[in-house]
Design a protein around this ligand. Structure first.
Ligand SMILES: NC(=O)c1ccc[n+]([C@@H]2O[C@H](COP(=O)([O-])OP(=O)(O)OC[C@H]3O[C@@H](n4cnc5c(N)ncnc54)[C@H](OP(=O)(O)O)[C@@H]3O)[C@@H](O)[C@H]2O)c1
Length: 336
């Protein structure tokens, strides 16, 4: 039985303690399956939550980490004739991408142009899809509408800025660190404000009284309340992350008198409920934006798979710009 090497955890706990680089069974591709030789796989906040046992759905143990990545097809099972060895692919709707090789159903592959930057290819599915869906599925935005978002320096936030700008909307980015302001303006944010008590007074001056219909919240607590206060009556607050680890606390009056829509987004749920046509059409849009240079890779640093503890420590570090990414060993066969 072919094996490969992967970053796996046998118990939940602090990610850098529980992750181990070890041999795992790979198996041969069965009907409808392919083996992908992985090149890059990012570490997301959701990955850290999975290792901690604090995610929406905890995996059976032992489990290999990683929920997206990029690689090239290496071996094909029966019935996948439209694919070919060497094709560049991203992996969507999978777990276990922190591995030198993965064996997956062929319908989990997103075929990519051959020369896409590997870091961008490895980070094209989860955060850009989340940004795309939140910008399109909750509110019908008109040209020049403002979109308010906190944690704007996150990978999702950066994708929201880039996609919103490209679609003719105005991203109003909220950050907790002033040093990020020039960088996010450069990236395409129409305005960048600090996530503090001055936000409420600063917002109307920026929007010049234009109603804000959509706010995207990845922090919670006081930051979410600041977004809610910035919304127009009937506006929609979409919560998709909880980086501040504080609950949503919204005054009754905001809901009664402003009739705000309080919504949630979870990409896993969207993936489950969507059709393959809906997924394909979104991936085509994202690939087009990646090819045109609208979406970019923001990678802070990378580590080999053999250094999971260092990689996970770096990924859990505060005030980082860009993703920590596993790069699979160049030149290694990966099969042992
Ligand atoms: N619901 C879904 O389907 C879905 C999909 C994708 C992502 N997410 C969630 O979206 C969030 C962002 O993910 P990502 O991959 O884009 O993250 P990321 O690139 O790793 O960035 C993390 C962001 O969180 C900010 N942050 C960290 N701790 C914070 C705190 N205590 N208070 C305020 N901000 C804090 C950081 O701010 P600095 O830049 O100032 O350090 C940074 O901007 C996460 O909660 C993730 O789980 C949800």
């Amino acid at each position: 039985m072919p094996q490969t090497r992967a970053v796996r955890f046998h118990q939940f706990g602090p990610p850098s303690d529980v992750a181990r680089f070890e041999a795992i069974e790979l198996g041969d591709p069965g009907p409808g399956e392919v083996v992908v030789r992985m090149e890059r796989a990012p570490i997301h906040p959701a990955d850290l939550n999975r290792l901690e046992g604090r995610y929406g759905e905890n995996p059976d143990l032992p489990a290999v980490g990683g929920i997206e990545g990029f690689g090239r097809i290496e071996a094909l099972g029966d019935g996948v004739g439209d694919l070919a060895p060497g094709m560049a692919v991203a992996l969507a709707r999978v777990t276990g991408t922190w591995s030198e090789r993965v064996r997956v159903p062929a319908d989990r592959l997103v075929p990519l142009p051959p020369n896409l930057d590997p870091d961008l290819a490895a980070t094209l599915v989860i955060n850009p899809s989340t940004a795309w869906r939140m910008l399109h599925d909750f509110v019908s935005l008109a040209p020049n509408d403002w979109v308010l978002l906190n944690a704007a320096n996150s990978a999702v936030g950066r994708a929201v800025i880039r996609i919103a700008r490209c679609q003719g909307w105005r991203p109003l980015a909220i950050v907790r660190r002033p040093e990020l302001i020039p960088e996010l303006l450069d990236l395409g944010a129409s305005e960048v404000l600090l996530d503090d008590d001055g936000l409420r007074a600063a917002l109307p001056a920026v929007t010049q009284g234009a109603p804000v219909h959509l706010a995207l919240n990845a922090v919670g607590g006081a930051s979410a309340l600041r977004l809610a206060n910035g919304l127009a009556p009937g506006g929609t607050l979409v919560t998709y992350g909880a980086m501040g680890r504080r609950p949503l606390e919204l005054p009754n009056g905001l809901v009664i008198f402003k009739d705000l829509r309080i919504r949630g987004f979870w990409l896993s749920r969207w993936f489950r409920q969507s059709t393959s046509d809906q997924r394909d059409s979104m991936f085509q849009e994202l690939i087009q934006m990646a090819t045109n240079g609208i979406l970019r890779a923001d990678v802070a640093t990378s580590f080999p798979l053999s250094e999971p503890s260092a990689a996970l420590t770096a990924a859990a570090k505060d005030r980082r710009s860009g993703k920590v990414v596993f790069r699979m060993t160049p030149g290694s066969t990966g099969i042992i």
